[in-house]
Design a binder for this molecule. Sequence first.
Ligand code: ZN
Length: 286
Amino acid sequence: MRLYDAHNHLQDDRLMPRLDEIVLECRKAGIVRMVVNGSCEQDWPKVAELARRFPEVLPSFGYHPWYVQEQTPDWQRELTRWLDELPSAVGEVGLDKWVLESQGRGAGQLGLIPTDPASLPEQEEVFVWQLRLAAERNLPLSIHCLQAWGPLLEILRREPRPQCGFLLHSYGGSPELVAPLTKLGAYFSLPGYFAHERKHRQRASFRVVPPERLLIETDAPDQNLPEARNVHRLTDAASGSPINHPANLAAVYAFAGEMLDEPLARLSERVEENFRRLFIERVAIT
Ligand SMILES: [Zn+2]
């Protein structure tokens, strides 16, 4: 089986110390392509370097809403330059109201979550600029959206969108939103994290995703699978915390097959077609 990871962060510092070994394990697991998402300016050269070294890496460049506060005055020129050089995908970008609301609950102290994230209007401005760029160049866009579905829908309806469509990575919206988002050009990617027992609402949404719009992701090194499904165990050397290995993609496919009651061979063919249509051929969906 040929496996496709629609969303990971191979450039993450937590994976870098064991990079060669990790890529080898991904190959052994059958992974042929992976979209590696740069989320801020410091990430972009690292993502480009990975794309030069490893043919399976499909580089993606964008500003994640969590890091908007770190922008330099040059960020738009830098982003445009990377996309001129490697015109493959824009992401990770998006809107996040959860991060704003979780500040009072001390989420910033967890370490990776920013302590002073940009306001929603600031996030929207940065997101819209990147959406327009992706639309102009017909590049697939990988969107992160947490608790901001109203504003996201409003922007997607109002603004130009890439003809090839866009990806809602780790889609956590309601089942009711799947149809209107599909109409706007959305693909939906399923992470292994949704295999956790309590994530039944998210699984319900994936059961109504149209077959030709489903993708699968690890979001490695984040979004750990439940213990019983975690085949490739990995620990962050700095913190000692468990992290998600990108080769766990095979376990996410297995979870998807069980959840959708679909034989793995058929599921993987379908995901391959969907991945190629969005990220490689960039076929217009309307
Ligand atoms: Zn991500």
